[in-house]
Design a protein around this ligand. Structure first.
Ligand code: ADP
Ligand code: ASP
Ligand code: MG
Length: 813
């Protein structure tokens, strides 16, 4: 004997039912076969919603029932030859008239009992099973149809009836042993109590019907046919990367289904496990796929964590109070109060100080739970030994399942750290002593992210998904997007990083696309995006709540710098080419660094100093390894170095500055470079990274720019510089006379920072510095005389973009 169960999607319409018939026909050749079917997909929902509408006095219940009728009539017409249709069509009509009558009674009374609910829902399986049986018969295959209500006997706990296994086993054995048929077909889900009144086994209960029958007839096999090719490592609707688990133990399958894996109804495993009947999960739409085998022994091969699942609609109840310490019986009374009301406890934690007990229950039971628990502890509450029960809603449970987890230390550590890095706050934790399951209670809005993060951590050692949000598509931004596009393949193959651009914005337009923006077409897509709003861009990043999110600021805008705070607090890393934040008031700089620490993410701004040159990274490495900075000498302005390297009086100074701007080395307003302000910001950032609490106004600046050049617009600035040509020529001539070059030098020494134009003689370390290069000399305890030198191109969109890119990779890992 074998038992095959087909779920709602498998029998949703005529086309699918034909597939089912062909699977059944083939199976029957091998062995005596029992087939259990669900209602046509969606019909149970329609029936139950019709009954609720009727009870609310809403006569649109009739529309729902009309859909139910239509779907069944349609199926009959498509599946059964015309000449044989009439009997079945009138059966469908008669049933639907009965449903109308029942619902109209409910509508008039405005009263819906659980008993009526079961009666109404039972029509779904009853009709589907009749239609499928007739279809098989009309294909010339003999099949015996049997009403499950005559075999499966339960108590009268309507909508979730409990099976009387002794009575059921007797009826089932008697029926099947006395029949000669080789193929049986029965409705799932429905049963009857001792008085013969219809009950149901709970939503999704057709699986259970099949398992009960399999256990009672000692079937050799139970096959659950559904719309996926097996039990998967996580809910495929939450994780695109979920994959089929080839083999899993009964215990593991039970844990996974209890913790939300919808593919099998939780009670299903118990009866077949007791009889060691193997269970296969198979796909009606891909019967050739192997599927999942659920069996006795846990497979030692494969992943340590077998699967990840989640349950929504969880409420956390906490009972706390100093009076609880050391007094036995508190938890007993709590659980008694809950169980008297049949409130199912999903998870329990108790702190070792015994100050508090936390239990998770379904949200729908929370109000009742509070009522009964507060009543049970009324005395202690009055005496202030115990606080009234507190309830937290909108929670979910995320769980790791796997029997082999117990022999591998560190699983929970990895679980919590992966979630922590992504800002998933854990409200409570439970690990059964059998260690088949580790569960965490988290906010419902974090579920999708948490499941993906955990899936990545335990199943996708192959790669990690990184979600990017880029603000700014100017010089550097556009280059960065180009570099990303070129490197995507390499990052995936070599670095195991799957980088996805989810958001991009400039000052005019913005675009957010969770499935990812095509890096070849971002420009066009952004043009067609919505009008830019920094606030809604940030809101879009936060509300999407994607794992491994990184915000990249390639603007020079103070408003953009002001949003880091909010993002870091959501554990979203920030990579900034924008210097404004790191060079703002020390308190703000420090706050952002602290936030990154506190919320387990990164705040990186290597390109703030020397573009892509590894200056901040080198300084950090020196300090982390225990070195201390004595002095820093540096040329940190690519613009100024370019200008003084190219100016010898033969061309006007203003023209050389213009060239630097045209070639993309300057800040959008070149005065920030020429005035030395930009260099002040850079040396301040280095000083701060070296541990100095320093502000802009503490840095001395010997500006070489005449006052007249610093007023008005950028155009005014160029005009004024042209007028001051003599001044610039004199600066050059004086240096040349002394055999020196002009360099705009920044120093940090003994806690003091200064910037200014200096004469540099040929023997000096800073002399040989060409083009737009930067140089930094670190004099430290380990490098007291011969400094550690970092030197190279310190400006330009392409190199800056590559520095931002490197920070993105750093933040991803
Ligand atoms: P049926 O109607 O055949 O009983 P269900 O809808 O009850 O099917 O269950 C199958 C669905 O369960 C799949 O379509 C899938 O979306 C969902 N599901 C949730 N978690 C898992 C999981 N871990 N593995 C496979 N499917 C899962
Ligand atoms: N039809 C019932 C439901 O939708 C039972 C089942 O399909 O397993 O809950
Ligand atoms: Mg199901």
């Amino acid at each position: 004997m074998q038992v095959l169960k087909f779920g709602g999607t498998s029998v949703a319409n005529a086309e699918n039912i034909r597939k089912v018939v062909s699977i059944v026909t083939a199976a029957k050749q091998k062995d005596k076969t029992i087939v259990v079917v669900s209602a046509l997909g969606g019909v149970t929902d329609l029936l139950l919603s019709a009954s609720s509408l009727a009870a609310e006095g809403d006569d649109s219940y009739k529309e729902k029932l009309a859909v139910v009728e239509q779907r069944h009539l349609e199926a009959v017409k498509q599946l059964i030859p015309v000449a044989q249709q009439s009997q079945l069509l009138s059966l469908v009509k008669k049933s639907c008239n009965e449903l109308e009558d029942i619902c109209s009674g409910i509508y008039l009374l405005r009263e819906l009992t659980t008993r009526s609910k079961d009666r109404i829902a039972s029509y779904g399986e009853w009709l589907s099973s009749r239609i499928i049986a007739e279809t098989i018969l009309s294909n010339g295959v003999e099949v015996a149809w049997k009403d499950s209500r005559e075999l499966i006997i339960t108590n009268s706990n309507y909508t979730a009836a409990e099976v009387d296994f002794t009575a059921t086993a007797e009826k089932v054995r008697q029926y099947f042993s006395s029949s000669e048929a080789g193929l049986f077909l029965l409705p799932g889900f429905i049963s009857a109590d001792k008085k013969g009144i219809t009950t149901t086994l709970g939503r999704g209960g057709s699986d259970y019907t099949a398992a009960i029958l399999a256990a009672c007839v000692d079937a050799v096999n139970l096959e659950i046919w559904t719309d996926v090719s097996g039990m998967m490592t996580a809910d495929p609707r939450l994780t695109a990367n979920a994959r089929i688990i080839p083999r899993i133990s009964y215990q593991e399958a039970m844990e996974l289904s209890h913790f939300g894996a919808k593919v099998i109804y939780p009670p299903t495993i118990q009866p077949v496990m007791n009889k060691r009947i193997p269970v296969w999960i198979k796909n009606t739409f891909a019967p050739q796929d192997e599927g999942t085998l659920i069996e006795a022994a846990a497979s030692k091969t494969g992943n340590i964590v077998r699967g990840i699942s989640s349950i929504n609609n969880i409420a956390l109840l906490s009972l706390e109070g100093s009076g609880m310490i050391g007094i036995p019986g508190f938890s007993k009374r709590l659980f008694e109060a809950l169980s008297n009301e049949r409130i199912n406890v999903i998870l329990i934690t108790q702190s070792s100080s015994e100050h508090s007990i936390c239990v998770a229950v379904d949200s729908s039971a929370a109000a009742l739970a509070k009522q009964v628990v507060d009543a049970a502890f009324a005395n202690e509450i009055t005496l202030q030994k115990v606080e009234p029960l507190t309830i937290e809603n909108e929670l979910s449970v995320a769980a790791l399942v796997g029997e082999n987890m117990k022999s591998h230390p560190g699983i929970s550590g990895r679980m919590f750290s992966a979630m922590g890095k992504n800002g998933v706050n854990i409200r409570a934790i439970a690990q059964g002593s059998s260690e088949k399951n580790i569960s965490a209670v988290i906010s419902t809005k974090d579920v999708r992210k948490a499941i993906n993060v955990l899936h990545e951590e335990f199943f996708e050692t192959t790669y990690k998904q990184v979600n990017l949000f880029i603000a700014g598509t100017g010089n550097v931004g556009a280059k960065l997007l180009g570099q990303l596009q070129k490197q995507l393949g390499f990052l995936q193959q070599q670095m195991k990083l799957q980088v996805r651009l989810v958001g991009v914005s400039n000052s005019r337009k913005m675009l957010l696309k969770e499935e990812g923006i095509n890096l070849e077409k971002w420009k066009g897509e952004l043009e067609n995006g919505e009008s830019a709003s920094l606030e809604s861009f940030v809101e879009g990043i936060i509300s999407r709540n994607l794992r491994n999110s990184i915000f990249v600021d390639v603007t020079a805008n103070d408003k953009v710098a002001a949003v880091y705070d909010k993002l870091l607090q959501k554990s979203i890393s920030v990579v900034a080419c924008n210097k404004i934040a790191a060079s703002s008031a020390y308190e703000q700089y420090k706050r952002l660094k602290d936030l990154a620490n506190e919320f387990n993410c990164q705040f990186l701004f290597e390109t703030n100093v020397g573009a892509a040159l590894p200056i901040i990274g080198t300084l950090n490495d020196l300090l982390r390894s225990g070195d201390r900075v004595n002095r820093i000498d540096a040329v940190l302005s690519g613009t100024l170095n370019f200008v003084f390297n190219n100016y010898d009086g033969s061309r006007p100074f203003a023209e050389v500055v213009k060239q630097a701007q045209d070639e993309g080395y300057t800040e959008p307003d070149p005065r920030l470079d020429l005035s030395g302000t930009d260099v002040m910001r850079k040396i301040m950032i280095l000083a701060r990274e070296a541990g100095e609490k320093i502000e802009m106004n503490e840095i001395s600046n010997e500006s070489f720019m005449p006052e007249s050049c610093m007023q008005g617009s950028v155009a005014d600035f160029y005009a004024a510089m042209a007028k001051e040509e003599k001044h610039f020529k004199a600066l050059f001539d004086n240096a040349a006379k002394a055999g020196c070059k002009l360099k705009f030098v920044a120093t940090f020494n003994n806690g003091k920072a200064a910037v200014g134009l200096q004469h540099i003689d040929p023997a000096h370390n800073l002399y040989h510095l060409y083009g737009k290069d930067n140089i930094v000399l670190f004099y430290t305890e380990r490098y007291p005389e011969q400094p550690m030198v970092v030197k190279g191109a310190g400006a330009g969109a392409e190199v800056t973009a590559s520095g931002v890119f490197a920070d993105i990779i750093r933040a991803s890992r």
